[in-house]
Design a protein around this ligand. Structure first.
Ligand SMILES: [Fe+2]
Length: 366
């Protein structure tokens, strides 16, 4: 791809095609301290107040730069590469290509918490690992004063839900969710009934004195790809049927309609939702429902299979950060009489986490 200048017009040439760049597109990208704030890259002028009929008066290349004078008297110098970059779709997946994994995964993506951690290169590596595998475990994270909230806010921003800014996971009387018992929890995603579904869950182990209560994770991306390959009919119905997810307690009723497997605009994996106590399929015809139920049984069987699940024990100070749109999580049962098992959890959003990742990548020139 390259730029070409002809009769006061700028063209971009790419694979045999040649297109003119609108002069106004260039005019609103003028740089320099009178036009752009150097820290934020925000414009210091309002392009909607400019004359749209703007023209190029003069222009020339010099080394890696393109200098242009516009008909309104403004002159600027562009880095040619900066212009070309705008024609290459910058993908958010630049640092975040997913790696499928199953029960044979040995690397539990451990990163040791240390002072000034959030601005260090280790944090960048941890976030890259998070986007590759969908989870990461931070070790030795301070456990005092609900530190999880500080931790979460240092990476992204806490997403408050009906369970509060953060929640305590331990067995308690009259629980409003099975999480607050010592019963086993089959692999599931959290809050499928919310719109949007909280993106990232953090679980911080404050105390764990019991033998059971192992944490479990399943890669929904891996399972989806298996389903697509070996059970395409099931894959089709689960990616096309919107079901109602709902949560009801004495204070709130939350409902959202969504597919169990959601694809993006390109038909690629985007998100899984799975919580078989909370989903209600619409009344479709009998044959279709039969197929739907078989598909749900199959995906449940895969999610619950030993083939895809990893199990590990969270120790005091361990903080598990997992992608709630990609991974399913659960735990094995435990005997509450053996001692305390106390975890604190919260959710954060993707955009600020990705923002943090991009900031650290910029800082370390990646
Ligand atoms: Fe959960």
């Amino acid at each position: 791809m390259k730029l070409e200048l002809l009769k006061n017009k700028v063209f971009v040439k790419n694979h045999g095609s040649k297109k003119e760049i609108h002069p106004f597109w260039l005019r609103e990208r003028v740089n320099g301290e009178s036009f752009v704030d150097s820290n934020t890259q925000q414009r210091l002028f309002d392009p909607t107040c400019l004359n749209m009929e703007i023209k190029i008066k003069n222009m020339n290349f010099s080394n890696d730069f393109l200098s242009i004078s516009f008909s309104d008297g403004v002159s600027t110098k562009f880095k040619i590469n900066d212009i070309l970059k705008e024609f290459t779709k910058v993908s958010d997946t630049k640092y975040t290509n997913k790696i499928q994994w199953n029960s044979s995964l040995k690397n539990l993506n451990n990163f040791k918490y240390e002072k000034d951690f959030f601005e260090k290169k280790t944090m960048l590596e941890a976030l890259q690992s998070f986007y590759k595998y969908g989870f990461v475990i931070f070790k030795n994270v301070p456990i005092k004063n609900n530190f999880i909230v500080n931790f979460a806010n240092s990476i992204g921003s806490v997403r408050r839900t009906n369970f509060g800014e953060f929640f305590n996971v331990k067995s308690k009387p009259n629980p409003n969710d099975l999480a607050y018992t010592s019963l086993p929890l089959a692999p599931h995603t959290d809050n499928p009934y919310r719109n949007p579904v909280p993106c990232i869950q953090m679980l911080h182990c404050i105390q764990n004195e019991v033998d059971g209560g192992l944490s479990t994770l399943v890669d929904g991306f891996t399972v989806t790809e298996k389903l697509k390959k070996y059970f395409p009919e099931y894959y089709n119905i689960l990616t096309k049927t919107k079901v109602r997810f709902q949560f009801i307690d004495k204070d709130i009723i939350l409902e959202d309609w969504a597919e169990m497997i959601q694809l993006d605009k390109l038909g690629k994996f985007k998100q899984v939702r799975f919580s078989p106590r909370l989903d209600f399929v619409p009344l479709m015809d009998k044959k279709k429902l039969e197929l739907y139920y078989s598909a749900r049984n199959k995906i449940s069987e895969l999610y619950n299979s030993n083939k895809y699940r990893i199990e590990f024990k969270l120790l005091t100070g361990d903080l598990l950060m997992m992608d709630n749109h990609r991974l399913l999580h659960g735990r094995t049962s435990y005997d509450a009489n053996q001692g305390e098992r106390f975890l604190q959890g919260c959710y954060i959003d993707y955009d600020s986490t990705q923002g943090k990742l991009k900031h650290l990548a910029r800082k370390f020139n990646l």
